[in-house]
Every structure is written in structure tokens, then in C-alpha cells.
Design a protein around this ligand. Structure first.
Ligand SMILES: Nc1ncnc2c1ncn2[C@@H]1O[C@H](COP(=O)(O)OP(=O)(O)OP(=O)(O)O)[C@@H](O)[C@H]1O
Length: 407
């Protein structure tokens, strides 16, 4: 939408004050607070994330700014849209899409409280949406839409500006779309099946110029951290796949696959990569796909591309595609109905206008005839008949007159 140059902090601040109405704080993360704001020119609700960068040296700041520029280009329906950034002295402000339906950690807590499993179809749907977002990050392009569930995808051609998320966790996977409650009553049941998943919080993502080039620094959340990252090894897009496996595991088991009281114990468990099967409620197919993600040997871990070849994931992708298609059709139908209503209203107005013009002409015609009759009765000489209204040679019948005037 708009990008800024890191040149004039005072001006940036002034711009921010004019353009945004700052609303309530919605939460706090390790970097600073997150607020709801309204972008006044577009009346759009957004979130503003604050990142304190006073302690960073200029190289680190430049890197952060470079990442902002990349995030600005990352447009995907399953990625939180990054609109803009600016800053004042010590704080960087990131303006992003507001996701009104919470995040995956809230959804997991909701099911925990209800003592229910998340339906398997919903698990596949959410996994598919995260994967299509990751595909865009890892390959720089979108997977081809599926014609049928039997379509095999072509090997992706990797683009520029590949991105690794590096901090995939339930709290960074937001839920958007229409309000998930079916009524205005806040206590009414949430319908997560309508949720649109948005991958967010790329604050720690580091762009890669090519897939072979690995990032070497990492800050993340231990529960979802891959063994290679724990062992300070360079990490790759496959580290996101490990984290994705842990997130999906948590959706099924309602707790992460590796838990421990101490950090070192957690490290040990993650490196060993032994985890219990997800509850029997879920299919072997889902268990198998999780095993291919939570795989300590990076050579054997599935890539985003390989995962999207999975039959169940293809079925889920196709079903989401059809769902979008149906939503678009419904929107189109609504638009057509609106146009129909407008046309009907216009036709009504036109009819009324016609009736009033007709009435006006009838009155003028009658007055003219009356005057003419009066003239004849008064013995005045009347010339050959003229068109008493238009002044033309012939007097026309009103409907003829109307047609002539309409020409
Ligand atoms: N785009 C968004 N839409 C709606 N809520 C958001 C959005 N981004 C962040 N939030 C909310 O703001 C709060 C703080 O988020 P933030 O990402 O700063 O920290 P965190 O992810 O909770 O922690 P950490 O910084 O350690 O990763 C969270 O409650 C999060 O749900």
C-alpha cells in the first residue's frame, strides 16, 4: 500500500498522527504492545504493532526495515496483510490487517474447555490453509489451483525473496472471515468451520535470497522449535514444517507434542522426537502426515510441496477452492440482486415522471382547445388549424404529439 524511506522520523510521526485514529490495546508481545487503529482515509480497522528498536544498531535496523519491505509484498489470502510501517525515535510501528476472530491458541482453548476434539475436517482445512501460505513463503509463488483432486502438482520454480516464518505457533495463526458467532449474542456457539486462516507475526521472519542460503540466527518459541534449530544448526523452510507438525498435533491432542518442566528436558525430548499418537478419534492418514512433519532427520522431513501432494490435503484444498467459488457466486448473486433492485426503482421513478409529463401536456392541450373554441364562439376569425401546442401546421392527437416530442 505505502512504503516509507527511513529518512525523516519527525515527518513519519506527523503522518501517523494524521492518518490513524488510535484505539484500544489488544495485547502485548515480547516486542511491545499491539493496538487497534482506524486508518482514517479508508475507514479500515487495522492493528498497529510496536517494536522497540532503540537498542538496535543501524545495521540491525536496516535489516528490520528490509524485512518490512518484503512483508509488504507478501500478499496472500492466508497471510495477514501488511499495510504500512513508520517509526519515531525508538519505536517501529507496523500496520497490519486486523483479524477479528482470535487465533488458533484461543480456538484450541475453546475446545479444551468444551472437552471436545476439533473435528478432523476442520484440522485438514486449517492445515491446508497454513500450507498454501507457507508455500507462497517458501517458493515465492502460489500452488496451481486444482482442477480435480487427482491433479499432480508441477515442481515449483522458486522465485526471489523467499521467506521462512521462523515462529510458527498457534498464537501466530489468526482467524479472520465473517464473525464466527451466528448471532449478536457473544455467548452463542462459535462456528470455526467458517474460519479463514491468516498466518501472521512475521516479525522474526528472515528473508532468504535463495533456498540454499540459510539463515543463521533464531529467536522462537521452544515448544514448536525444530531439533536442528535447537542444536544451533542453520535452518531452512523445513524448520517451519516441523513447527507446523507441532501446531497441527496440538490441534488434535489439545497439547503440544513435546512438553517438559525445564528447558533442557524439553530440548532432550525434541531431539529424541518421540511423541505419542494423536487421539484415536483421528485417522491414521492424519497421524502419518504429522509423522512426516515432526521428523528429526531433515532429509526425510516432507517439504511444503510434498505435503500438498497428499491426497487428503488435495481433497481439503479442492473443497476450500469450491467453498471460495460458492462464496464468490453468492456475492455475485447479491450484487446482481442489488443491481436488479436499483433498476426496478429507476423504472418506477421513470414511470412516475412519464405520468406527470403526460398529465402536464394533457392540461396544456385542453387549455389551448378551450381558448380556440372560445375564440370561435366569440366570432373571432380562426386561421387554418395549427398545432396549438407546438405551433406547427397540424394539430396532433395527444399520443402522436407525445411521440413527436420524444424524438
Ligand atoms: N493482526 C492481528 N489481528 C488481531 N490480533 C492480533 C494481531 N496481531 C497480534 N494480535 C494480538 O495481539 C497480541 C500480541 O501479539 P504479539 O504478536 O505482539 O505477541 P505474541 O505473539 O502474543 O507474543 P510474542 O511477541 O512473544 O510472539 C496477541 O493477543 C495477538 O493475538
Amino acid at each position: 500500500m505505502y512504503s516509507r524511506k527511513l529518512q525523516d522520523p519527525d515527518n513519519a510521526g506527523a503522518l501517523r498522527n494524521q492518518e490513524y485514529q488510535i484505539l484500544e490495546e489488544i495485547g502485548r508481545g515480547s516486542f511491545g504492545c499491539v493496538r487497534k487503529v482506524i486508518h482514517t482515509p479508508s475507514s479500515r480497522t487495522m492493528v498497529r504493532k510496536e517494536i522497540k528498536f532503540g537498542h538496535m544498531n543501524s545495521k540491525e535496523r536496516q535489516q528490520l526495515i528490509a524485512e518490512c519491505a518484503i512483508l509488504g509484498q507478501l500478499k496472500h489470502e492466508n497471510i495477514v496483510e501488511f499495510y504500512n510501517w513508520d517509526y519515531d525515535k525508538d519505536v517501529l510501528y507496523l500496520y497490519m490487517e486486523y483479524c477479528s476472530n482470535g487465533d488458533l491458541s484461543q480456538m484450541i482453548n475453546h475446545y479444551k474447555k468444551e472437552r471436545k476434539y476439533i473435528p478432523e475436517k476442520l484440522v485438514w482445512d486449517i492445515m491446508t490453509q497454513i500450507l498454501t501460505a507457507l508455500y507462497r513463503c517458501h517458493y515465492g509463488s502460489d500452488p496451481q489451483p486444482l482442477e480435480t483432486i487427482y491433479d499432480k502438482m508441477k515442481l515449483p520454480v522458486k522465485g526471489a525473496n523467499l521467506v521462512i516464518h521462523r515462529d510458527l505457533k498457534p498464537g501466530n495463526i489468526f482467524l479472520s472471515g465473517e464473525n464466527l458467532t451466528s448471532s449478536a449474542d457473544k455467548n452463542s456457539k462459535l462456528d470455526y468451520s467458517k474460519a479463514l486462516v491468516k498466518l501472521g507475526d512475521f516479525g522474526l521472519a528472515k528473508s532468504l535470497e535463495s533456498s540454499i542460503e540459510f539463515a543463521t540466527t533464531y529467536v522462537g518459541t521452544p515448544y514448536y522449535m525444530s531439533p536442528e534449530v535447537l542444536m544451533d544448526q542453520p535452518y531452512s523452510p523445513l524448520s517451519d514444517i516441523w513447527s507446523l507438525g507441532c501446531v497441527v498435533y496440538e490441534m488434535c491432542s489439545l497439547h503440544p507434542p513435546f512438553q517438559a518442566k525445564t528447558y533442557s528436558e524439553l530440548q532432550r525430548r525434541i531431539k529424541a522426537a518421540n511423541f505419542e499418537r494423536i487421539p484415536q478419534y483421528y485417522s491414521d492418514e492424519l497421524q502419518n502426515i504429522l509423522t512426516s512433519c515432526i521428523e528429526s532427520d531433515i532429509q526425510r522431513r516432507s517439504s511444503t510441496f510434498e505435503l500438498l501432494q497428499n491426497f487428503q490435503l488435495r481433497v481439503a484444498r479442492k473443497s476450500l477452492q469450491l467453498q471460495r467459488f460458492e462464496e464468490n457466486l453468492l456475492n455475485y448473486e447479491k450484487e446482481l440482486m442489488n443491481i436488479g433492485n436499483i433498476l426496478e426503482q429507476q423504472a418506477g421513478e421513470y414511470e412516475n415522471e412519464m405520468a406527470s409529463i403526460r398529465a402536464q401536456y394533457r392540461k396544456e392541450f385542453e387549455t389551448a382547445v378551450e381558448e380556440r373554441v372560445r375564440a370561435v364562439l366569440n366570432g373571432k376569425r380562426v386561421n387554418s388549424p395549427t398545432d396549438i401546442i407546438t405551433g406547427r401546421k397540424h394539430l396532433h392527437r395527444p399520443e402522436q404529439l407525445w411521440r413527436m416530442r420524444g424524438r
